[in-house]
Design a protein around this ligand. Structure first.
Ligand SMILES: Cc1ncc(COP(=O)(O)O)c(C=O)c1O
Length: 366
């Protein structure tokens, strides 16, 4: 069991901020419902805590990628005396297991439809239409087969017909409208069925994209769904790293693996006990930055497995000492800023957060 004293970093997760983000997204939707994407352990923040808080707040639709993730959510919800619809994006694998745990498959092909109809007649399933990702979902040629033979859908209990946007965070691209039109066209094959298209950024493309259900993920966890505009979401995580040692440098010296950074004048380097094994990605080498209070600290040298190094020469000596905590993601350096600095995406930062960090869940209802 880790503790603040025994770990190199502390990850604080504000569950009330998570719930308020869901409520904020829901408020953007007029009549549509708001699901949540909880895959990859709720993008790294901890699906078992997130699902309980969100279900208590009234959320009923949960999307995960894998059956294993769905089984775990079903167990957690059950233990908390809660219920909900758990949708599995990866298709109709292991139908007997899915029905046992009351999981709703997202059927991605005519083959999936056939499998589910035979294995679980009458049980709810979603259908995914590929409108431009060329990833999962029924491609145009399978839609054509469906159009010519409507009997394929007979006996299928469709929960939602869905698709996924490829470029929703870029509101100016023509791709969004192309996908919207293709989706609307495909929906004609499913009269009376409920529909779902928008992810986080899709919600902000406007009501045309909302249909009956939105499926936000990353914005719930604090990442800006409207790049280029102020972030409407509350920050959910804070990552603090502990200073292990301060090195006084009084002659030119290099820092870290590969000697990629050189201190040219007198200065001080603080070594912090968090590294890429904790999800502080190596791509942040020489471009990440931390904060000690209000003071911005450039990350210097390469990120190594367990350690990172900051130039703390500008901080008064009394404030910087072993045991002091540096904000690696915090009020002054939110996920988006750190991701931008390293030309990566907030999703990567969230889902990489490591198991060695001491986790503190704050403001939950449990
Ligand atoms: C099918 C599907 N729906 C919804 C989401 C949530 O997207 P976002 O995290 O961009 O809100 C994802 C995430 O990748 C997804 O694959």
């Amino acid at each position: 069991m880790s503790s603040p004293d025994t770990s190199g970093g502390i990850l604080s997760i504000d569950l009330a901020a998570l719930v308020s983000n869901w409520q904020m997204l829901k408020s953007q939707l007029e009549s549509a419902d708001c699901a949540v994407a909880l895959k990859a352990d709720a993008y790294g923040i901890g699906a078992s805590r997130a699902v309980v808080e969100l279900a208590r707040a009234g959320c009923r639709e949960f999307f995960v990628a894998l059956i294993d993730e769905g089984i775990s959510l079903r167990r957690v919800l059950g233990e908390a005396g809660l219920d909900g619809h758990i949708h599995i994006l990866s298709g109709a694998m292991a139908p007997a297991t899915m029905t046992r745990h009351r999981l709703i498959p997202v059927l991605n092909s005519l083959n999936d439809i056939e499998t589910w109809k035979n294995a679980a007649p009458g049980l709810a399933a979603d259908i995914h239409i590929d409108t431009g990702m060329s990833r999962l979902g029924l491609p145009p040629e399978e839609l054509q087969i469906l159009a010519n033979d409507r009997a394929i859908l007979k006996g299928l209990n469709i929960s939602y017909v869905m698709s996924h946007l490829a470029c929703a965070e870029d509101r100016d691209t023509a791709m969004n409208d192309q996908q919207l039109q293709r989706f609307k066209q495909a929906l004609k094959l499913f009269p009376g069925c409920r529909a779902s298209l928008a992810n986080s950024s899709g919600i902000f493309l406007g009501p045309e994209y909302h249909f009956d259900l939105a499926r936000p993920g990353v914005s719930l966890y604090g990442v800006n769904p409207t790049p280029g505009k102020p972030n409407p979401m509350a920050q959910v995580i804070r990552l603090q790293g502990k200073i292990l040692q301060i090195r006084d440098v009084d002659s030119p010296q290099s820092v870290g693996y590969g000697a990629t950074y050189r201190v040219e004048r007198k200065g001080r380097i603080a070594t912090v006990g968090v590294g890429y094994a904790d999800g502080y990605l190596r791509s942040l080498s020489n471009c990440g930055f931390g904060y000690l209070g209000q003071q911005r600290l450039p990350l210097v040298g390469r990120v190594s497995m367990d350690l990172i190094t900051f130039d703390v020469s500008e901080v008064p000596q009394s404030e910087v000492h072993p045991g002091a905590m540096i904000d690696l993601i915090g009020p002054h350096n939110p996920i988006d800023d750190i991701a931008d600095a390293a030309s990566i995406i907030g999703y990567e930062i969230l889902t990489a957060l490591g198991s060695r960090l001491h986790r503190v869940y704050e403001n939950g209802t449990a």
